[in-house]
Design a protein around this ligand. Structure first.
Ligand SMILES: *[C@@H]1O[C@H](CO)[C@@H](O)[C@H](O)[C@H]1NC(C)=O
Length: 478
């Protein structure tokens, strides 16, 4: 008797529950529809050991192939023991950021506010040039031409390579070390020439003299350095784009975290940068695309040809443009398609620069906390993981065998330019159990912000030095 009464009650209870649950589900679905998101294959988060080379770079005129120095597409020797851990990479990244801050503040005639703990990590010389990035290109130097794989860097100016006889020291590199004595087009710059003096602004150090030869010295944020003879030589960017009398550093004493790269290609704004030295031909116009992963390839192109029709331009910033750096104005951030409420003054306090060598984008702390808290809210269904160095918003995806759903992120630049971050530019992956939001906070809102290379992946990034503007187009490479 009781059972016949209980049954309908139970039934209606179940029915009510189900209405509640369907409403809840409907609400959840409705909410999900308003959150713009990426579906990311978990397997795609891990690096592949096979290079899948893109062909588009080769179709562009005046183009070099860009690869990640530690990946399977790189010609550099792949010895696992040489590859730094992710924690080490992030530590080096922090050293680079500190040297950018210090050099930047010096350029703007400000002093940096560093505390004691920072002081030990700071570059020995205030204003020295910042450390090595992680994307490489191969160029030809000398006659006959020798191929050299160089780290390309929009945050520094002078181009240098290790040179025979390595009077003091050369680190191990993959290419044969450049031998000036075997090239018919090599010559030293004299230390009495005015060109020698221009090293001061390009390197942050005054030039020296060795017998009559001009000596350059450059230090990087992580205590890496190169010292040697300032020289000129024939530079072959591509078989058709050849520059006589290219000024470069012929390094006789080199040390640091350059991997097996032969040196560095400086694409900054100073007059000794490659950009300035080739201005007659390319009008300070270049673009690049950083590949989505270390197992694919991108490009570095000089001149206007090959620029995407969908590129949107923002003018270089008047706040942060300096002798070396390319200044930009970040004006907003969206997460899941929703613009965060961040006051404009948060971004203008320190301004921002774009850098090919900084891995993780640095934001004013006020902006970063708005970004990370919205991201955490939308990612609340996923288990969290331990922070990784400077990255504090990390997830454990071990239980997700196929895919995860991640909110889209866009950065907005002045001129109403929305730059959607590629799905491979949202996370920095240590392992599947530690996948971290690839953004970090500066120490203070007045510190200069940096748009880093993880967030630039797959974008065609266009530098129009003569036109005073920076462009972005999605889908530049895979
Ligand atoms: C360049 O200068 C160095 C240092 O003084 C010297 O050893 C070398 O022979 C010079 N090379 C040429 C080609 O003049």
């Amino acid at each position: 008797m009781g059972a016949t009464i209980v049954s309908p009650t139970l039934l209606s209870f179940v029915v009510i529950l189900c209405i509640v649950c369907s409403v809840k589900q409907g609400y959840a679905l409705g909410r999900r529809e308003t959150v713009e998101s990426h579906t990311i294959q978990v397997s795609s988060l891990l690096p592949s050991s096979i290079c899948s080379s893109a062909t588009q770079a080769l179709n562009k005129k005046s183009s070099l192939q860009v690869v990640h120095k530690h990946g399977p597409c790189s010609q550099l020797y792949q010895d696992k023991a040489d590859i730094p851990t992710h924690a080490q990479i992030l530590l080096q990244d922090e050293a680079r950021v500190k040297s950018i801050r210090s050099k930047h503040a010096k350029n703007l005639g400000r002093s940096t506010n560093v505390d004691q703990s920072d002081a030990t990590n700071l570059p020995a010389k205030d204003g020295s040039i910042v450390g090595a990035g992680n994307y490489v290109v191969t160029v030809g130097l000398g006659t006959p031409k020798k191929d050299l794989t160089l780290i390309f860097d929009t945050g520094s100016d002078i181009t240098w390579t290790q040179c025979e006889p390595c009077a003091r020291s050369c680190y191990k590199q993959q290419d044969q070390i450049f031998a000036p004595s075997l090239s018919s087009t090599y010559s030293n710059i004299s230390c009495t020439s005015t060109i020698c003096n221009s090293l001061t602004s390009a390197t942050g150090n005054s030039p020296g003299c060795s017998s009559t030869a001009c000596v350059y010295g450059i230090q990087y944020g992580d205590s890496s350095f190169s010292i040697g003879i300032f020289a000129k030589e024939k530079l072959s960017l591509t078989p058709t784009d050849v520059f006589d009398d290219f000024l470069f550093g012929c390094g006789q004493n080199n040390q640091g975290l350059f991997g097996r790269a032969a040196g560095l290609l400086g694409l900054g704004r100073d007059k000794l940068s490659l950009t300035s030295q080739t201005a007659v031909k390319y009008e300070k116009f270049f673009s690049y695309c950083l590949p989505s992963s270390s197992s694919s390839t991108g490009f570095l192109s000089f001149g206007y040809s090959g620029v995407s029709k969908s590129v949107k331009y923002t003018t270089f910033s008047t706040i942060t443009q300096s002798s070396s750096f390319y200044g930009i104005d970040i004006v907003g951030i969206s997460v899941g398609g929703k613009k965060l409420l961040i006051s404009a003054s948060v971004f203008t306090a320190g301004g921002a620069v774009i850098d090919s060598g900084t891995v993780i984008t640095r934001l004013p702390p006020t902006a970063y906390s708005a970004l990370s808290s919205e991201f955490r809210k939308l990612m609340s269904q996923y288990p969290k993981a331990q922070p990784l160095s400077i990255l504090d918003t990390c997830y454990d995806f071990t239980k997700y065998s196929s895919s995860v759903i991640v909110p889209k992120i866009s950065i907005f630049f002045s001129g109403d330019v929305e730059v959607p971050i590629h799905k491979n530019g949202i996370f920095y992956v240590n392992s599947i159990s530690q996948v971290c939001l690839a953004f970090a906070a500066n120490g203070d809102d007045t510190d200069v912000g940096i748009f880093g290379n993880t967030q630039q992946k797959t974008l065609q990034v266009v530098y129009d030095g003569a036109g005073g503007k920076l462009g972005f187009a999605p889908g530049g490479c895979t």
